[in-house]
Design a protein around this ligand. Structure first.
Ligand code: GRF
Length: 221
């Protein structure tokens, strides 16, 4: 499975994918990393791993569709089968999604459909949610609305600020993303199309548990 990973920043999820490949835990290769930001730290990790990178700044394109067409061209040139959005901060248009139908996966730091969009950790905190987590899902035309592959729950603790909560969710993201990619590589994941226009597409994962519970935190009393 040839992965194309799209990033905009730190790249800790990209790092988790590369580390899993390096340790033999993920039967895949990263064929290309694309960043829309030239200074994304994740690019350095890709260089270290000897993975080809491209910087495609969104600002250099007159509209979203032409930016997406440039992404698609680069991914096709690298023979990418599956695209991973790992902290990629741009919404994709149908130009992109039609080129990779059910072949774009995103990691989101909340239990969808709760808290879609930007800064899901801050949304969970300001809502007063007691449980949040992360979701890996296929990407559709909406914002974080595509069918869920797997989810992991994470507690919100008294006194959490955004950074503390994000730091508790992040390692669970890394674990969940790698698992979901492994299942896809193993051919265990199918998208069940929506039965009618009212319904949603869903995902079935053969022989795997797709939910992960709250890790018991050591809470000071
Ligand atoms: C992660 O929290 C991911 O869920 C969200 O953006 C963040 C990216 O972090 N979509 P990183 O660049 O992978 O470290």
């Amino acid at each position: 499975m040839n992965l194309g990973v799209l990033i905009s920043g730190r790249g800790s999820n990209l790092n988790a994918v590369l580390s899993a490949i390096e340790s033999g835990d993920l039967p895949a290769r990263v064929a290309l990393v694309i960043s829309n930001k030239p200074d994304a730290a994740g690019l350095l990790r890709a260089h270290e791993a000897g993975v080809p990178t491209r910087v495609i700044p969104h600002g250099g394109h007159p509209d979203r569709a032409s930016f997406d067409a440039a992404l698609v061209a680069a991914l096709r040139e690298a023979s990418v089968d599956l695209v991973v959005l790992a902290g990629f901060m741009r919404l994709l248009t149908s130009t992109f999604l039609d080129a990779f139908p059910n072949r774009v996966v995103n990691i989101h730091p909340a239990l969808l459909p709760a808290f879609p969009g930007v800064d899901a950790q801050a949304q969970a905190l300001s809502y007063g949610a007691r449980v949040t987590g992360c979701s890996v899902h296929f990407v559709d035309a909406g914002t974080d609305t595509g069918p869920v592959i797997a989810q992991a729950a994470v507690p919100v603790l008294d006194g959490d600020d955004r950074a503390a909560l994000a730091a508790r969710i992040l390692p669970r993201e890394h674990e969940l993303l790698v698992r979901a990619l492994r299942w896809i590589a193993e051919g265990k994941v199918s998208v069940i199309p929506a039965a009618d226009t009212e319904a949603r597409a869903t995902v079935r994962v053969r022989g795997e548990r797709t939910f992960f519970g709250l890790e018991e935190p050591s809470v000071p009393r």
